[in-house]
Write a protein that binds this ligand. Structure first.
Ligand code: DP6
Length: 326
């Protein structure tokens, strides 16, 4: 039996990945920059072994649904092909943050799975190779391999060999506070995969989104490197609103927010007027992630928890994906 266990964190993008140039390979139309989130972990355990008829996946204690199981199997196929491994695998995934609450777990899942499965199959991949492998499972997982702040380069080649993420800065470079406001615990209606596909094919604003994204990416990179909360935060908010504008204009339209989402956005604007340097970003769901200087995160967390309908999680730039057992 060849097995390994690995853990990886979720991440939140400040400059978003929203639109693919290749859907099969998860190749993005733009670059993106994210913060790896401490305390939001997925642990993946993978064992390749004889005697199994096919891959078996268990997610938080329950057998994977057909769609999730299929996605994991296709991912394992990539590892098997590379390692010339023919045995099926037993996979166990545990996510310690509320998956049902619509916080994306695909990034932490496929980053942890890439590390565990490649080790279990006897491969020893470089960080770049690991990031490329994780990307095949879920685009945003390419960034969850790294601690702190990560940038994913879109690349130009058709085979995706130049589309990988890299660390932009370690967690200690800038220990920002990240407060996550959970506004809804139901599953999201339209997932990122379907949402992106729709905006690329059918949003009249898609080319404008791609064109304006480049400047946001540069500003956010500079903001992080210079620890400039205003530049980073203002640009991240603008980038998030542009992503949602492209989505609203899609046919049929994609509206990811609920009334509490909007109340949190307005509360953040008000807190800022009162002198708290907080800025929001929102992914393909109704939850709001708010960044602020570390010293202000307790105050921010209590202010957001006081918005009716909100539950908060507090995080900060977190560690890289790591192997826990072999
Ligand atoms: C809005 O990485 O979940 O969170 O590549 O299809 O698995 P797939 O999509 P996924 O999309 C994440 C989209 C986003 C923005 C981001 O994380 O950059």
């Amino acid at each position: 039996m060849s097995s390994a266990v690995a853990r990886a964190c979720a991440n939140v993008a400040l400059a978003k990945y929203w639109g693919k140039r290749d859907e099969a390979l998860n190749l993005p139309c733009t670059g993106s920059i994210s913060i790896t989130l401490s305390g939001l972990n997925t642990t993946a355990s993978v064992s390749f072994r004889r005697g199994l008829e096919r891959d078996r996946s268990v997610l938080n204690g329950a057998p994977a649904a057909a769609k999730e199981g299929y996605r994991i199997e296709r991912f394992l196929d990539l590892v098997r092909e590379r390692a010339q491994e023919s045995r099926p695998a037993e996979v166990e995934l545990r996510t310690d943050f509320p998956v049902a609450a619509g916080l994306a777990s695909s990034a932490s899942t496929f980053a942890a799975l890439a590390l565990a499965a490649s080790h279990a199959a006897g491969l020893s991949l470089s960080e770049r190779e690991l990031s490329i492998l994780a990307r095949r499972g879920s685009g945003s997982a390419a960034r969850s391999i790294f601690a702190g702040y990560a940038e994913w380069f879109p690349g130009e080649s058709a085979d995706g060999s130049d589309s990988y993420a890299k660390q932009l800065a370690p967690p200690g470079h800038w220990p920002l506070g990240v407060v996550i406001a959970i506004t809804d615990s139901g599953p999201k209606t339209v997932g990122s995969r379907e949402g992106m596909s729709r905006v690329v094919k059918d949003s009249p604003f898609f080319s404008a989104w791609v064109a304006s994204h480049a400047a946001d990416l540069d500003a956010i990179r500079r903001g992080i490197l210079e620890r400039d909360i205003r530049l980073t935060g203002q640009t991240a908010e603008r980038n998030c609103l542009a992503m949602h504008a492209v989505s609203l204009a899609a046919r049929p339209p994609l509206l990811y927010w609920n009334p509490v989402t909007v109340a949190v956005m307005q509360r953040v604007a008000q807190l800022r007027e009162d002198g708290l340097e907080a800025y929001f970003t929102i992914d393909a769901g109704p939850q709001v992630k708010v960044i602020c200087p570390t010293a202000e995160r307790t105050e921010l967390a209590s202010a957001l928890a006081a918005v009716p309908g909100v539950r908060v999680l507090v995080s900060e730039p977190g560690p890289a994906a790591e192997l826990i057992e072999r």
